[in-house]
Design a protein around this ligand. Structure first.
Ligand code: FES
Length: 111
């Protein structure tokens, strides 16, 4: 199980939840009222599921693929530890995961 901590854009803790191995972070966020649009529902066509991962946790995640990196290049408010929530899977080895919801999201597919 993974203890997931969702932080607001200002850094304050919003919610702490337990997630099961195999769950996508985007689904965990949706189930817990987080303001992530996820417009394409995880087919990597929007970048509205962008989250900023805690630096220590970021290094413990499998690296982003080329397609994810390309989408992050056009997401709003990107940082060095940005990821797409639809591409992060909970696992037995991931004990904790802290993420922050960015201040803005950009759905380039609709603009
Ligand atoms: Fe669209 Fe993640 S939900 S890229």
């Amino acid at each position: 199980m993974t203890l997931v901590r969702f932080h607001k854009a200002d850094g304050t803790l919003d919610r702490e939840v337990v997630a099961e191995p195999g769950q996508r972070l985007l689904d965990v966020a949706w189930a817990n009222g987080q303001p992530l649009e996820g417009a394409c529902e995880g087919v990597m066509a929007c970048s509205t599921c962008h989250v900023i991962v805690d630096a220590a946790d970021f290094d413990r995640l499998p690296p982003a693929g080329e397609e994810e990196e390309d989408l992050l290049d056009i997401a709003a408010a990107v940082t060095r530890t940005s990821r797409l929530a639809c591409q992060i899977l909970m696992s037995e080895t991931l004990e904790t995961l802290s993420v922050r919801i960015p201040t803005a999201a950009r759905n380039w597919s609709r603009s």
